[in-house]
Design a protein around this ligand. Sequence first.
Ligand code: SAH
Length: 368
Amino acid sequence: MSHEPTAAPSGSPPVNLLALTEEGLGRLLQQFEWPRYRIGQILRWLYQRRAGSIAQMTDLSQKDREQLTHVATISRTQQCTVLESADGTRKFLLTLDDGLRIETVLIPDEERLTLCVSTQVGCMLDCGFCLTGTMGLKRNLKAHEIVDQVLTAQDHLTGEERLTNLVFMGMGEPLANIEALSSAIQCLINKSWGLGWSPRRITVSTAGLAARLKDVAALGVNLAISLNGTTEEQRQQLMPAVSQIASLKTLMAACRRYPLAPTRRLTFEYVLLAGVNDRDEDAHRLVKLLKGLRCKVNLIPFNEFPGNPFRRPTDRSVLAFQAILTRAGVDAFIRKSRGRDVLGACGQLGNLSPDYAGRALTQIESRC
Ligand code: SAH
């Protein structure tokens, strides 16, 4: 992080420890001439023990804690509303320091407990089937605001629950905020003081910022590409802004160049829109497009939301689409829609009040 605060000179507001990198914290502590291992100690309190205050850092002497309190603070998300879906999905509405709100979704599924994390407030892309896109981009999240979503979700877990997977598929386009995303992932995967996540359990999803796919490879996490269309025209219609940045041809070329580790495969996501991209011919084109790529496909039946003209296909046509892929040797999975009643499903994240989500429930369900 280039603009991170370092030491707070007397009189300036205290620095948020969570906003510092390991190096930044080292610089901050220089003024105290403490031994270097203090850095790891403090970071472990922040990430592994989720300390809410410096006073809790009991392996620092009282005096050291007081000194640190003069220049630093721990600023975690203060306000969090939890909406629980009938299917057990929980949506966290987090209010940021500047009053903007983001959403994080916790999805239990058999032995998995997946957290869907946001990377931006809103989104600069305008994919026609996505609620977040209608908000426009308010701002990028900072690295610590990304990590804080994981910490906050952990604070809310019940006794037995453990997060098993992290997916960057919440609000925003992760690769449009690559610097903060990378810093956040460093905290998440650091084993000595961070959260110790295996990169294999983390997936970053992109609408198609082709030039940045290589940055995901460098992080060692899994890559998912939201394809959603199989011709240039279709993608231009469904995902105009990102198609301007990279054509389907450019995107597929970048996928083919992607330095995939031998035991990994790419994931392609494909939102199924009734009568638009869910026909047999679409499935056949998809097979052709993916030929020779080590990959799997996640089919996402469109999650409807008020005011959007697209419709969810019937289960039958979803299965028919999947069957064409499977018969052609492409592994295809149908993503269960989770948390639709709290507008917590794919593409339903936007700054809607809980109240509105309640109304949407009636509207959505009455159509299905
Ligand atoms: N911007 C990133 C991550 C956020 S979207 C991306 O595009 O990948 C996460 C996934 O939800 C994407 O695959 C997207 O295509 C899908 N999606 C968006 N709106 C949807 C909707 N209304 N119903 C179902 N899936 C949707």
